[in-house]
Design a protein around this ligand. Sequence first.
Ligand SMILES: C[S@@+](CC[C@H](N)C(=O)[O-])C[C@H]1O[C@@H](n2cnc3c(N)ncnc32)[C@H](O)[C@@H]1O
Length: 191
Amino acid sequence: MDTTPRPLPDLVAAAQRQAEDSGFVWSCIPEVGRLLTVAAAAKPAGVIAESGTGVGVGAAWLHAGLGTDARLVTVEQDPDRAARAAALFDGDPRVRILVGDWRLLEAHAPFDVFFCDGGGKREDPERVVDLLAPGGLLVLDDFTPPLSWPPRLNGELDELRMFYLGHPKLSATEVMTTPDSTAIIATRLAS
Ligand SMILES: C[S@@+](CC[C@H](N)C(=O)[O-])C[C@H]1O[C@@H](n2cnc3c(N)ncnc32)[C@H](O)[C@@H]1O
């Protein structure tokens, strides 16, 4: 549940209906979505990217902050999901939905905002960092609040979280999105 009573942007509401209709349960939550809108709005002429479109909920949140001179490119490996998402943005020349592996995004880098949510985050985190423009913002959701430092996952050192939080090319922090979930927000350092 969104913790604020604010209404959803129209496209987000439409994307959420698609998710419900198609039984897709992995869309980002509104608390993350509002962060995505803020991040996109911070880069009014930027290249805004997403890996893992799903049926378009995260993309709709990014779109809510998309400047007139910005571009949104998102990739989804499942053609049916990609088609549902594409229908939402039909007619907006700023938006491209790619169908295939997340690495298709590379042709559109560097990114001013990258919501890495389906492909990349775990398989090739170093490449994820490399795809960011200087000053570019990276958003990663679906972490659980750390109970200790260094963070542990199932008793083991949470190396993925440590990678992003400690990467020398990033200034990164972790924010609570709900009492049970966190997101990492990082900026690619200029040098
Ligand atoms: C968590 S869901 C994405 C939700 C979406 N970002 C949102 O917030 O509404 C992850 C999606 O990534 C897609 N995916 C997983 N691995 C991928 C890959 N290697 N390349 C492209 N898409 C991938 C899955 O098919 C799934 O639809």
